[in-house]
Design a protein around this ligand. Structure first.
Ligand SMILES: Nc1ncnc2c1ncn2[C@@H]1O[C@H](COP(=O)(O)OP(=O)(O)OP(=O)(O)O)[C@@H](O)[C@H]1O
Length: 335
């Protein structure tokens, strides 16, 4: 059985259309006209227990609206979601015990309270028995390294500490499903790593099912085997990162190590037009191109005919490139 089942989930927002002028304003007051905006259209997917699903899409694609329906904050216009066998909107009081929610940009912690006190309050709210609570705190302390700042008021924590504290808060009651919205936003690389590792550990040790919304494709690449991508409220991709790369990833990258750095001036790829671009860093020249338009051997051949090369390595495109291209293409199509 799936932990999360989403079926034809749809959310329309109704917006009032205002006619111009004073007469128009009166008309809209007496007989308002509405326009329907479909923020989420017919989404269907399932998430098995223990999976980390990367939920991605450009700004305004409908991610937050979907998450709000999954967490029970918004009611779908049609379709439904069922999580741990509950319909969030129907059984909210019981349902909140099953889920944890972290919004990267907002905190659910009490600003002036020492972190430890906040956790005690949450313990009462969620009715966590003493024994479970202390065991849980030990586990979260170990994974998220809270000890250094557990007695500090939340307002004094750094962003990375606050994020770790927030993740711990969302997991105190041992929820089956965790919604993480931009958990690494604004953090530096080493803190990101720490948080990603903690998420991975929690998922592995507790089989917590996780829906991860992020613009940081490093999060996706490290944590998610499966990606679900939406655009304009609709599904555009559901599959593994490998499949995403196969389907959209014609971008290839070749790195040439030149014998002499100054030789790079002789490079000229103009015969391939806009399908190719390159950058140089001392002796290393990195050539990126669309392999559906230009072949790898052609790029190598042309380069070798122009400069002396010491070493060559061919790389696949990383997911960041691919998704950026998909978004760029779609943005262009919608313009
Ligand atoms: N309460 C609302 N009333 C009307 N329109 C709304 C409402 N909430 C969201 N929308 C619209 O629905 C669309 C989807 O918004 P949503 O916030 O779900 O996108 P998102 O994918 O989460 O974007 P982001 O990555 O920027 O957070 C947007 O065009 C937004 O303007």
């Amino acid at each position: 059985m799936s932990m999360i089942e989403v079926s034809n989930l749809t959310k329309d927002f109704r917006k009032t259309i205002k006619s111009p002028g004073l007469v128009g304003a009166f008309k809209s007051l007496i007989k308002p006209k509405y326009e329907t905006f479909e923020a989420v259209k017919n989404l269907s997917f399932e998430v098995p227990k223990g999976e980390i699903l990367g939920f991605i899409g450009a700004n305004g694609a409908g991610k937050s609206t979907t998450i709000k329906m999954l967490t029970g904050i918004l009611t779908p216009t049609s379709g439904y979601c069922r999580i741990n066998d509950k319909i969030p909107q129907e059984d909210r009081q019981n349902y909140v015990k099953d889920i944890g929610v972290v919004f990267g940009q907002r905190t659910q912690l009490w600003w002036d309270l020492p972190l430890r006190e906040t956790y005690s309050v949450l313990k009462e709210i969620y009715n966590v028995p003493d024994k479970n609570f202390y065991k849980r705190m030990d586990f979260l302390n170990e994974v998220l390294d809270l000890n250094d700042f557990i007695t500090s008021p939340v307002r004094t924590l750094s962003l990375g500490q606050r994020m770790r504290a927030d993740i711990a808060a969302s997991l105190l009651h041992n929820p089956k499903v965790l919604f993480l919205d931009e958990p690494t936003i604004g953090l530096d690389v080493s803190v990101k790593d720490k948080i990603r590792h903690a998420i991975e550990q929690i998922n592995q040790e507790e089989q917590t099912t996780i829906i991860l919304t992020t613009h940081d494709l490093g999060d996706i690449e490290l944590l998610c085997n499966r990606v679900f991508m939406i655009d304009h409220g609709q599904e555009v991709f559901d599959g593994t990162i490998k499949q995403l790369k196969n389907r959209f990833g014609h971008i290839r990258e070749i790195e040439f190590e030149l014998v002499n750095a100054e030789d790079a001036n002789r490079l000229n790829f103009s015969q391939f037009g806009s399908a190719i671009e390159y950058s140089q860093n001392e002796k290393n020249v990195r050539v990126k191109f669309d392999s559906s338009k230009v072949s790898v051997p052609d790029v190598i051949r042309l380069t070798l005919s122009q400069v002396d090369v010491q070493d060559i390595s061919v790389k696949d495109a990383d997911i960041e490139d691919i998704v950026r291209r998909i978004f760029r293409k779609e943005a262009a199509e919608h313009d």
